[in-house]
Design a protein around this ligand. Structure first.
Ligand SMILES: [Fe+2]
Ligand SMILES: [Fe+2]
Length: 278
């Protein structure tokens, strides 16, 4: 019996550059991450874990990961990470020495948190913008889910296994989403598939569960669902996801909150000292 929900914060697509460089010549991704870390540290209660769902660096280079590590140092919550298409597995291994990280191949990881399994899947394809879960990764996932004694699981990967309607992102989503779905739908204890890559908050039904895309702390891919438009981005309100798992039902219930990053007016009370609504 869990006395309180298990809280998993998900941040995505940090795109950290070398110090002093702006992403696309315009976006200060380092300042955006600093504001994001402050927002994570301010959460009460504290999340149990932060999942970073890919595109940690931008080019990528050793210098970018060193900068990222510096920017994450003030984070007061343990974090885990999986590569995106802007990352390098080798540079990530060197930058984040962690016994949970595989020593070779895809960065698939299992992180048990009390009653919950947090599963990270490496959908990156070296040198390519699109995603794919290779046969070994799918077998690994199948083995984890079948051996878990029906522990509820949240799965995280960089590339969404579904279309968003934004054409230039959909052509680089998870190529073998159908193979992934075949595994996921066999295990009803998978309660969430959390992706990144599109820099926008999105939700859909997938393989008998719920799939989301986590927004970014920096720039958003422009929302345009027309068939052809020039790929572009906007600076929209930055945000991240907070997934709360509550016990209940066969495998618990997950609710995903969109958490805006910034300084906002409030909180203000609803009720006065007489107990009446103001
Ligand atoms: Fe990204
Ligand atoms: Fe990406």
């Amino acid at each position: 019996m869990s006395p309180k929900p298990i809280l998993i914060a998900q941040i995505s697509d940090l795109h950290i550059k070398a110090p002093g460089s702006l992403a696309y010549g315009r976006v200060d991704t380092a300042a955006a991450l600093t504001r994001c870390v402050a927002a994570l540290n301010a959460l009460t209660p504290r999340p149990d874990l932060v999942v970073i769902s890919g595109d940690l660096a931008d080019t990528p280079t050793e210098q970018e990961y060193a900068h990222l590590f510096q920017l994450l140092a003030p984070l007061e919550i343990p974090f885990v990470a999986v590569p995106g298409n802007h990352d390098s597995r080798e540079l990530m291994r060197a930058a984040f020495p962690n016994p949970a990280f595989p020593t070779e191949g895809p960065f698939n990881q299992l992180h048990p948190i009390r009653e919950l399994d947090v599963v990270l899947l490496d959908s990156s394809v070296p040198g390519e913008p699109h995603g794919e879960l290779d046969a070994g990764s799918l077998q690994w996932l199948e083995a984890v889910l079948s051996a878990s004694d029906q522990r509820p699981a949240l799965l995280f990967l960089h590339h969404p296994p579904f279309r968003t309607g934004i054409w230039h992102m959909d052509r680089q989503n998870l190529r073998n989403a159908a193979d992934f779905a075949t595994v996921v739908e066999r295990y009803p204890w998978v309660r969430l598939v959390g992706a990144g890559h599109v820099h926008r908050a999105t939700t859909t039904a997938f393989a008998g569960t719920v799939a989301t895309i986590c927004p970014a702390p920096n720039h958003a891919v422009a929302l345009d669902l027309s068939e052809q438009f020039a790929p572009s981005f906007r600076i929209e309100p930055p945000a991240f996801h907070l997934h709360a798992w509550f016990e209940g039902g066969a495998f618990g219930e997950v609710v995903t909150h969109l958490v805006p990053i910034g300084t906002f007016d409030g909180p203000h009370p609803f009720f006065g000292i007489d107990g009446r609504l103001l």
